[in-house]
Design a protein around this ligand. Structure first.
Ligand SMILES: [Zn+2]
Length: 337
């Protein structure tokens, strides 16, 4: 199993990436509770967040667009970023359904054939999974993503504030006042990718459904789509007027094989060092069990220099956040067969 795990910190100023409701003329930002350690123990703080669903939608949209550019198959709905997936029989009978989709509605199709046909014809559902309850086809997503939340050790530098705006009209009485809650702070998120699962069925049995060349192309697209999503901040809603100012301040990426290893969350300033120490422990214990594990770690330190601790050994530093993903692609080119 080749497994990719990424954790990063990003400084966002004046973001309105995930709004949840309007109360009168105020649009509210999504909030969620996080647990924070203080000198007296743990307490809960309510802070602005961007949901994992929002990030997952953005990642899949970026993956769909990239896959189309690479000539990889993407189904008509995913191409339009309508991630209904193949979740209901009615969707198979749409007017614009492709012949392979219409065939899936025929009687006698078994769960395995259903999954392998969808995986073969849609990279987004290969990587992002789908659920078809009628035949109990449950394809688990090959990627996982957390919420984007303020880093718990940087809560002194977090603010949520409603900004005043006026919608102009020629008649003064018709001008409208509105407020948008915007957040600023150092945020963190986690992203994992089960590279081994891409191009294989998994619901009923494991079987490869595309050839090696296409599988490698799909894996590279899945990694590159993560780079596009996070390094360009191609995610979140309300982007027309509220594009945030962003800066990735540090990140750590681990590639592991054959046992999965997940990096530490970026809440704490020692998260890169902690990742390296945990990897060392996992390597030791697997070695004792006779498993020849490999964990390769790359990290990036930008403006977090002097704030986030750097490991003395056990990981390679890259000069740019984007390089983490090219290193990951090099890794899979060597190992994925
Ligand atoms: Zn699709």
């Amino acid at each position: 199993m080749v497994y990719l795990s990424l954790s990063f910190r990003v400084k966002l100023d004046v973001e309105a990436l995930n709004m949840v409701e309007s109360i009168g003329n105020v649009t509210r930002h999504r909030r969620a509770p996080i647990v924070v350690k203080t000198s007296e123990g743990y307490l809960v703080r309510y802070v602005q967040v961007v949901s994992g669903e929002s990030l997952a939608h953005a990642y899949q949209a970026n993956l769909a667009d990239l896959a189309v550019k690479l000539g990889l198959p993407v189904c008509p709905l995913c191409r339009r970023h309508e991630f209904l997936k193949h979740s209901d029989e009615s969707l198979l009978k749409r007017d614009d359904a492709e012949p392979w989709e219409k065939d899936l509605a025929k009687k006698g199709i078994d769960a395995h054939t259903f999954e392998s046909t969808v995986v073969k014809n849609c990279v987004v559902e290969d990587v992002g999974g789908f659920l078809y309850p009628q035949l109990t086809v449950k394809r688990t997503s090959k990627f996982q993503v957390s919420y984007l939340v303020p880093a718990s050790e940087e809560l002194e530098a977090v603010a949520l504030e409603a900004q005043f705006h006026v919608r102009y009209a020629e008649e003064k009485e018709q001008q409208q006042i509105y407020w948008v809650e915007t957040g600023s702070g150092v945020y963190t998120a986690l992203f994992n990718l089960d590279i081994d699962g891409i191009g294989y069925t998994s619901s009923v049995k494991k079987e490869k459904v595309v050839d090696d060349e296409e599988r490698l192309k799909r894996i590279k697209a899945a990694i590159q789509a993560a780079q596009l999503t996070f390094s360009n901040m191609l995610m979140g809603a309300k982007r027309t007027r509220f594009h945030p100012l962003w800066e990735i301040t540090s990140a750590v990426l681990a590639l592991s094989h054959p046992v999965a290893f997940a990096v530490s969350a970026g809440h704490r300033r020692n998260y890169i060092v902690s990742t390296v120490e945990r990897a060392r422990k996992q390597l030791d214990s697997l070695k004792k069990l006779g498993v020849g594990e490999d964990i390769t770690i790359y990290y990036y330190i930008g403006n977090d220099r002097g704030v986030v601790e750097e490991p003395a050994s056990g990981a390679t530093r890259v000069e740019l956040f984007e390089e983490l993903f090219s290193k990951a692609i090099e890794y899979v080119e060597e190992r994925v067969k």
